[in-house]
Design a protein around this ligand. Structure first.
Ligand SMILES: NC(=O)c1ccc[n+]([C@@H]2O[C@H](COP(=O)([O-])OP(=O)(O)OC[C@H]3O[C@@H](n4cnc5c(N)ncnc54)[C@H](OP(=O)(O)O)[C@@H]3O)[C@@H](O)[C@H]2O)c1
Length: 327
């Protein structure tokens, strides 16, 4: 397995991790046995970076990770997140209050069945709490040995600097894919300047780049992707038209479009560790194989040009979600 180091002094992780949160919480099936089997298969393949959060399946995903890593804890970089909630009516809630931080951590430690979380992320920045306050409380968890490294999700460059001044930020987890390249302007350069590793989430555009979602009819009525403007009628058709060069390159290489999309991300720098989401072992295996897929400089340039920033139709989140994204 090819490994990468997260951040200047962070953990050594497989070049591709495994995310399962969205594809079990927000879309698709959430059979526990299937998830545990796929998590274990990931470990067998040398994938040691299993993404989780106390928000995924309302904490159940952490319990499934606990089952999957039982007896193999030392080989895994245990990851979780806190501070992001789904409220009734499709609304979101956030909690970055310093008194809440140790409570959330204790719960995750219990659910994960470990005495230390390797990488602990603030899942969303609480707009009502200065990041220094949340981050200071998280730094105390490191002092207490309950957490080893700290990460942020969806932080802007200024927030990264403010948090990093309190305690080193090891990783930033934010959406990044051929579809969604906003981080290239300010956020990725700030990570590089500060020595922060970058973990692209939704690296397959929530499935769009796999070619499996061809229309809204391909996703269930309760699938959360329906609220994402990129999937709305009128946008999804235009977004799928953009896949043509990806499909051409994939066909020439005998690969899938998902593999080419992941290879493009991996080629953006040694500091990038994507976490494609799947519950299915066959997709996990294909995604891991993408690590060995060699794109030429010409392929990379063609894809970068075809998917230039802003070319996709529709925003990546519904309008109300942007208050806590990139700030
Ligand atoms: N920090 C955050 O705020 C945040 C937000 C979103 C996501 N995340 C993390 O990032 C992870 C990945 O993001 P995501 O799940 O939203 O989007 P994604 O990885 O871009 O796409 C996942 C979708 O692609 C499908 N898929 C995966 N590999 C495939 C392959 N090789 N061929 C065909 N289809 C494939 C999955 O299918 P199946 O459903 O059939 O398995 C799933 O429907 C999440 O699970 C979560 O851990 C974090």
């Amino acid at each position: 397995m090819k490994m990468r180091t997260l951040g200047r002094h962070g953990p050594r992780v497989s070049a591709i991790g495994l995310g399962m949160g969205s594809a079990t919480t927000n879309f698709g099936e959430n059979d526990g046995e299937v998830q545990v089997a796929t998590l274990r298969r990931a470990l067998d393949l040398g994938v040691n970076f299993l993404d989780s959060s106390d928000a995924y399946q309302k904490g159940r995903h952490e319990q499934l990770v606990a089952q999957a890593i039982a007896g193999r804890r030392e080989t895994v970089v245990v990851v979780s997140k806190f501070g992001n909630f789904d409220l009734p009516g499709g609304k979101k809630g956030y909690n970055g209050r310093p008194d809440y931080v140790p409570q959330a951590c204790e719960k995750s430690l219990r659910q994960l069945g470990v005495d230390c979380i390797d990488l602990y992320y603030l899942h969303r920045i609480d707009p009502d709490v200065p990041v220094e306050d949340t981050w200071g409380a998280m730094a105390r968890l490191v002092e207490q040995g309950k957490v080893r490294w700290l990460g942020l999700c969806e932080a802007g460059a200024d927030t990264l600097r403010r948090a990093n001044a309190v305690h080193p930020v090891t990783a930033l987890q934010t959406e990044y894919s051929l579809w969604e390249r906003h981080v290239e302007r300010e956020i990725l350069p700030a990570c590089r300047e500060l020595g922060i590793g970058f973990v692209p989430y939704s690296p397959l555009g929530r499935g769009l780049l796999t070619g499996r979602v061809r229309s809204l009819d391909d996703i269930a009525p309760n699938d959360r992707r329906r609220i994402h403007p990129r999937f709305h009628a009128g946008n999804i058709e235009r977004n799928l038209e953009l896949l043509a060069p990806l499909e051409r390159i994939a066909a020439r290489l005998g690969a899938t479009t998902a593999q080419v999309a992941l290879a493009w991300l991996l080629a953006q720098g040694e500091d990038i560790v994507p976490i494609p989401g799947t519950k299915q072992q066959k997709y996990l295996e294909q995604n891991v194989a993408a690590i060995e897929l060699a794109l030429t400089a010409g392929d990379i340039a063609e894809l970068s040009d075809a998917f230039r920033p802003g070319v996709g139709a529709g925003e990546r989140y519904p309008a109300g979600y942007f208050r806590t994204l990139g700030g």
